[in-house]
Design a protein around this ligand. Structure first.
Ligand code: BTN
Length: 254
C-alpha cells in the first residue's frame, strides 16, 4: 500500500501536512490558526464528515482524504459557489489523469457512470475581511466491496479507470495546482466564469430529475444548468425554478 508523504506531496506556497490518524481533516483545519494555505491529508479519519451531517466512511489506504484551508476574499453571499468551483477543479484534474468520464452531480458529488467516486465538503469561518475556507475532499481510490455493501450503493473507485493507479502522493500533486488555480479564478471573478465549466461537467445535463428539497418536498424537472448563485435550474411544468438546497434523488433521460 502506498503511504502519504508530506515531502513527496510538497507544493510551493502550501504547507503540506500528513496525519496518520485523526478525527476529521476538516475539523482540524477549521481549528487551525495558520494564515497561509494548509493542506492536510490523512491515512485514516475516525470521524470523517460528509454533507448534510452524514459520515464519510473510508478504509485506511483505500481512499484519499484531505482538506485544503485558505483565505478567500469574496462576499459571504457568494461562498456557496466555492464547493461548485472545487468540484470543477477535481473533475478537471481527474479527467486530465485519465478518468475521462469524471462528472459532477449537483451540487458537487464526483461521479463516474452514475456511481459516486468522491465528495466535497466546504466549510467556512469568517476571518476579518477575508473568509477562511476549508475544502474537504474524499476520493475512492481502490474498490472496497465491503464499504459498498455497508452503504447499500454502487461506488466508483479510481482503480477501475486508471492502470496503474497513481500513488496518493501523485494524485495530490496533480490535484493541488488545478484546485489552487480554480480557487484563484473564483476569488478573482466569482462563480460566473466557472459556471460554464460546471455545466460542461454536469452528469445530469438535460435529464429529468427528481430533487428532494430541504423541506422534504420533491420537485421534478429537466436539468437546465446553474443559476447565477450556483442553484440548480430545473425546467418544471410550472416554469423555470432554481433549487438552492436539496438532493437529486433520481435522474432519467428527458
Ligand atoms: C460528501 O460527499 O458528503 C462530502 C464528503 C467529504 C469527505 C471529506 S474526507 C476529507 C474531509 N474531512 C472530512 O471530515 N470530510 C471531508
Amino acid at each position: 500500500m502506498d503511504r502519504l508523504d508530506a515531502n513527496a506531496i510538497g507544493f510551493p506556497g502550501v504547507e503540506v501536512r500528513v496525519a496518520q490518524r485523526c478525527g476529521s481533516t476538516n475539523d482540524l483545519l477549521l481549528e487551525d490558526r495558520s494564515s497561509g494555505p494548509v493542506l492536510l491529508a490523512a491515512e485514516e479519519q475516525t470521524a470523517g464528515r460528509g454533507r448534510r451531517g452524514r459520515r464519510w466512511h473510508g478504509t485506511p489506504g483505500a481512499g484519499l482524504t484531505f482538506s485544503l484551508a485558505l483565505q478567500v476574499k469574496r462576499p459571504a453571499r457568494e461562498l456557496a459557489g466555492l464547493s461548485l468551483a472545487a468540484g470543477v477543479a477535481l473533475s478537471k484534474a481527474l479527467r486530465a489523469l485519465g478518468v475521462a468520464r469524471a462528472a459532477l452531480k449537483w451540487p458537487n458529488d464526483l461521479m463516474v457512470d452514475g456511481a459516486k467516486l468522491g465528495g466535497i465538503l466546504v466549510e467556512t469561518r469568517g476571518a476579518g475581511a477575508a473568509t477562511r475556507a476549508v475544502i474537504g475532499i474524499g476520493i475512492n481510490c481502490r474498490r472496497d466491496p465491503g464499504l459498498a455493501l455497508r452503504l447499500g450503493r454502487t461506488l466508483a473507485a479510481l482503480d477501475q479507470f486508471l492502470s496503474p493507479l497513481p500513488s496518493r502522493n501523485d494524485l495530490l500533486k496533480a490535484i493541488i495546482p488545478v484546485l489552487l488555480e480554480t480557487l484563484a479564478t473564483f476569488e478573482a471573478q466569482g462563480l460566473e466564469t466557472l459556471r460554464g465549466e460546471w455545466e460542461a461537467l454536469d452528469a445530469h445535463a438535460g435529464q429529468r430529475l427528481r430533487v428532494r428539497l430541504a423541506g422534504g418536498r420533491v420537485l421534478t424537472g429537466v436539468a437546465a444548468g446553474l443559476a447565477e448563485d450556483g442553484g440548480l435550474r430545473l425546467n418544471t411544468k410550472h416554469g423555470m425554478r432554481a433549487v438552492r438546497s436539496g438532493r437529486v434523488v433520481s435522474a432519467r433521460p428527458a
